[in-house]
Design a protein around this ligand. Structure first.
Ligand SMILES: *[C@@H]1O[C@H](CO)[C@@H](O)[C@H](O)[C@H]1NC(C)=O
Ligand SMILES: *[C@@H]1O[C@H](CO)[C@@H](O)[C@H](O)[C@H]1NC(C)=O
Length: 182
């Protein structure tokens, strides 16, 4: 009997030393799934475009995304946010910010943008920052803060390319998980 107790005692010690941080379980305090739609200006779609190339490398221009995986392009956007994946749904806010293509040998971007939400369910802003390895199906970026209904909120957003049409349109699904609410 005593030896069994000693065994379990040491087993417990080993477990707790092996995983010092294991105790904490984190669950989101709030979830939100939203979509946004990016229509890049391509020289012909001025009325419909929601994004513009504002920076290009020496070998590119401001009309067409550059060769070499668009490396060096900077795009500013003011994109509609919708509750579902339909481009024509009534927007619930705007996704405003920029992305920078920042790898020379594959497609990746750096995202920095804010969701400005102004509708019956949500009023406030949510700000995002992070690396976006575009070719990966599901990637995580940081939710660095918020205002209004999202005052002092932080968390992680899982983004997925829900659809795209060449270099002109893409739709992102943004699955926001707040781990700090207020
Ligand atoms: C921009 O670059 C593309 C691709 O190289 C080219 O087809 C287009 O003519 C250029 N546009 C301008 C305005 O220079
Ligand atoms: C605007 O762009 C979207 C995405 O490419 C497309 O579905 C829509 O038909 C376009 N609207 C107009 C008026 O061109």
């Amino acid at each position: 009997m005593k030896s069994i107790f000693v065994f379990f005692f040491f087993h417990f010690l080993t477990l707790s030393f092996a995983n010092p941080g294991m105790k904490r379980q984190h669950y989101p305090c709030k979830n939100l799934v939203l979509y946004f739609h990016d229509v890049i200006y391509n020289g012909q779609n001025a009325a419909n475009a929601t994004a513009a190339i504002v920076g290009a490398p020496q070998w590119g221009n401001l009309t067409i995304l550059a060769d070499k995986f668009h490396f060096g392009n900077v795009v500013v956007f003011d994109d509609p946010i919708t509750l579902d994946n339909n481009f024509h749904s009534v927007p619930v806010g705007r996704a405003q910010g920029m992305y920078i293509y920042d790898t020379k040998n594959t497609f990746t971007a750096w995202l920095g943008f804010t969701f400005v939400l102004d509708n019956a369910q949500h009023k406030g802003t949510i700000s995002f920052i992070g690396a976006d390895p575009i070719l990966v199906k599901s990637r995580d970026i940081s939710v660095v803060g918020g205002t209004g209904d999202f005052f002092m909120h932080r968390g992680i957003a899982t983004i997925m390319t829900d659809s795209f049409e060449g270099d002109v349109y893409f739709r992102l699904r943004v699955d926001i998980k707040f781990y700090e609410c207020w």
